[in-house]
Ligand binder design. Structure first.
Ligand SMILES: [Zn+2]
Length: 182
């Protein structure tokens, strides 16, 4: 049992309809997936439980790379961090100077479409195994036409916990794209 940090009252678990996750640097909304311990007396949030954090990062990354809308600087930075690369390692993988990475991430230089597709393929290869509920095939990226738009705000990625049927894990839940129709 959790105690309220403000008034030491009792807390109860509440499922949050839409949780805006601001830890990743790009807008992500987690639908019916986050539990918070809320104080019954004063309403303070005592704790927030985000399940499967590694899987969440991977699902956000895969969701973004299968969307053909051109990546902005914030999103490039998010993907680099999701891959666990520092600026130098990232520059080496994409065969550019380290200064170029910084310029991409600050929207001072545009990443060309071929290099952007290479980045997307690297993300897919490294992270899709942690995003079991997301459909990723490298063909999606290879056949993709990157949609270039002038300055855009990234649209929020909506994720929920979905059941994935695997013989070895029959009812485990993974992060997947929020399906409004379901
Ligand atoms: Zn309280």
């Amino acid at each position: 049992m959790t105690q309220c940090p403000k008034c030491a009252g009792k807390t109860r678990p509440v499922l949050v309809d839409e949780y805006n996750d601001e830890h990743m640097g790009i807008p992500v909304i987690l639908v019916n997936a986050i539990t918070q311990e809320i104080c019954v007396d004063c309403g303070a949030v005592a704790s927030t439980i985000i399940p499967d954090h590694k899987g969440l990062i991977a699902a956000v990354a895969i969701s973004r790379i299968i969307d053909p809308l051109k990546l902005n600087g914030q999103e490039i930075r998010f993907l680099r961090k999701a891959l666990n690369f520092n600026g130098k390692e990232f520059a080496e993988r994409l065969e550019v100077a380290p200064e170029t990475v910084s310029r991409w991430e600050h929207d001072k230089e545009i990443m060309g479409p071929a290099r952007e597709k290479l980045l997307r393929l690297i993300v897919g290869k490294n992270l899709s195994e942690h995003a079991m509920a997301m459909d990723f095939t490298s063909d999606t990226i290879i056949d993709m036409r990157i949609q270039s738009v002038r300055a855009h705000e990234p649209s929020a990625i909506l994720l929920e916990r979905v059941k994935v049927k695997f013989p070895e894990h029959p009812s485990e839940k993974y992060w997947g794209e929020f399906d409004e129709a379901a």
